[in-house]
Design a protein around this ligand. Structure first.
Ligand code: FAD
Length: 417
């Protein structure tokens, strides 16, 4: 039997890299296997979630391994949302009662690079790129990979699947008896567009997450350090005002200019972005259990591989980072009995991942529709008033989710109370 202090992490994305840092700190020898080329030398993929918002849960997980400052130095804080009405009227709404707490816009590629470099800088961590997992034997921990040089096999006593929503590790577990899995696609897709810098400056206020709520659809924009904004259109896949209907440059340009006029004026590359950036899917995936104990190996799932959620609460990566914290805690509690720690970790995290999945779906309706209404703005003002009146006793759901580490299901129970 190989050393039980050896762990294979499949997927060197955000969660896989952070997991490697946590495990290396506990003295494990960690091997990361990543399908893509080394991101330190490769360009980012076009139109694939260029930036994302990191909030307290993610920052807390980074802080525990001393990476919060390195990550946040490249972040742009967004202390509120800026709503863009169809006539161009702007209304700003702070996320917190004191107006100071912010979520942070971060480049996905930059974040991935920082985490990968941190992991590889720790003793015992190494990475193999262009290694795509194609097969896994749960009993022995044997992994098969397709590489540019041909097929290779490796074995590890612990295999962690951090290989994202379409996880190959999970696919293998799904074929085992007693393993539940479900996926629900929204009838919406997303497409990324760009608002470039104007005369070297941000074309919109960089201190906000911008939203163009349009009832059944919406666009959001997050600032980037190069003074551009990455916009994401969330549109129905079919029907009126959908990607399917607006399938020519002319139809799209006419529709976009009519409904997103203020943004349209700031987007010289709009036609090219729309034509060439892919339409992404929005899916919720639920898995149970998150780990399987084989005869000579243990296999577990982390991040999107265990719980892919829609992006409307900005919590997918934050939640995946929390997985790393909980697994580390369970390893400490069990004296590094990895199979037992994985079982404990999965049992604890599941209800919280299920809760944020539901909250994220509900927040889509809020963002695309409710934020535009007067009653919603009034409700937020009342919430913030209550927070100031009853400090610490009344805290809104948004604040508990984004600015605390209260477990997601406990947030729901507290709000219900
Ligand atoms: P991934 O980031 O998907 O990484 C998986 C890694 O595994 C990749 O590097 C992949 O190449 C590799 N891999 C896949 N298959 C294999 C294989 N067979 N063999 C080897 N390697 C493999 N979250 C937030 O917290 N805040 C946000 O604001 C936010 N915005 C989002 C906006 C959009 C449009 C989308 C789609 C998502 C957003 N998310 C956000 C969610 C966030 O992107 C994910 O939760 C996060 O990337 C999950 O990290 P991960 O490491 O689990 O998976």
């Amino acid at each position: 039997m190989r050393s039980p202090r050896e762990v294979a992490v499949v997927g060197a994305g955000l969660v896989g890299c952070l997991a490697a840092c946590y495990l290396a700190r506990r003295g494990y020898e960690v091997t990361l296997y990543e399908r893509r080329p080394d991101p330190r030398h490769a360009a980012a993929e076009r139109g694939r979630s260029i930036n994302l918002a990191i909030s307290e849960r993610g920052i807390d997980a980074l802080r525990r391994v001393g990476l919060d400052e390195a990550v946040l130095k490249a972040a742009l804080p967004m202390p509120g949302r800026m709503m863009h009405a169809p006539d161009g009227t702007l209304s700003f709404q702070p996320y917190s009662a004191d107006g100071r707490r912010a979520i942070n816009s971060i480049s996905r590629a930059e974040l991935n690079r920082t985490l990968l470099e941190a992991a590889l800088g720790m003793p015992g961590v190494r990475a193999f790129f262009e290694h795509r997992l194609t097969g896994l034997d749960v009993d022995s921990g044997r992994m098969d990979f397709a590489t540019p040089g041909g097929a290779v096999s490796r074995t590890a006593p612990v295999v962690l699947g951090a290989d994202g929503a379409y996880s190959a590790v999970r696919a293998r577990l799904q074929s085992l008896p007693g393993f539940d899995f479900s996926q629900d696609y929204l009838d919406y897709g997303y497409k990324e567009l760009t608002i470039p810098a104007r005369d070297g400056e941000f074309a919109l206020d960089p201190g906000a997450l911008h939203i163009w709520p349009r009832g059944q659809a919406m666009m959001i924009a997050l600032p980037n350090p190069d003074r551009s904004f990455t916009c994401t259109l969330f549109w129905p896949k079919s029907g009126p005002g959908s990607f399917a209907e607006l399938d020519t440059a002319e139809r799209f340009a006419e529709f976009f200019a009519a409904h997103y006029a203020d943004a349209h004026a700031l987007m010289p590359d709009l036609a090219d972005d729309y034509a060439h950036n892919p339409i992404g899917h929005l899916v919720t995936m639920r898995t149970d259990p998150w780990q399987v104990r084989g005869a000579r190996a243990a296999v577990g799932l982390l991040g999107d591989a265990a719980h892919a959620i829609v992006p409307f609460y900005g919590q997918g990566a934050n939640c995946g980072f929390e997985d790393c914290v909980e697994l580390d805690r369970c390893l400490a509690e069990t004296g590094d009995d990895f199979p037992e720690a994985l079982a404990r970790y999965g049992a604890r995290r599941k209800e919280h991942a299920d809760t944020i999945a539901e909250l994220a779906l509900a927040n889509f309706v809020e963002m695309r529709d409710k934020v535009a209404s007067r009653s919603f703005l009034l409700q937020k003002r009342v919430e913030h008033g209550l927070e100031r009146l009853l400090p610490g006793r009344y805290v809104s759901r948004y604040e508990l989710v984004s600015f605390s580490t209260v477990p997601y299901a406990d947030v729901q129970r507290r709000i219900a109370r």
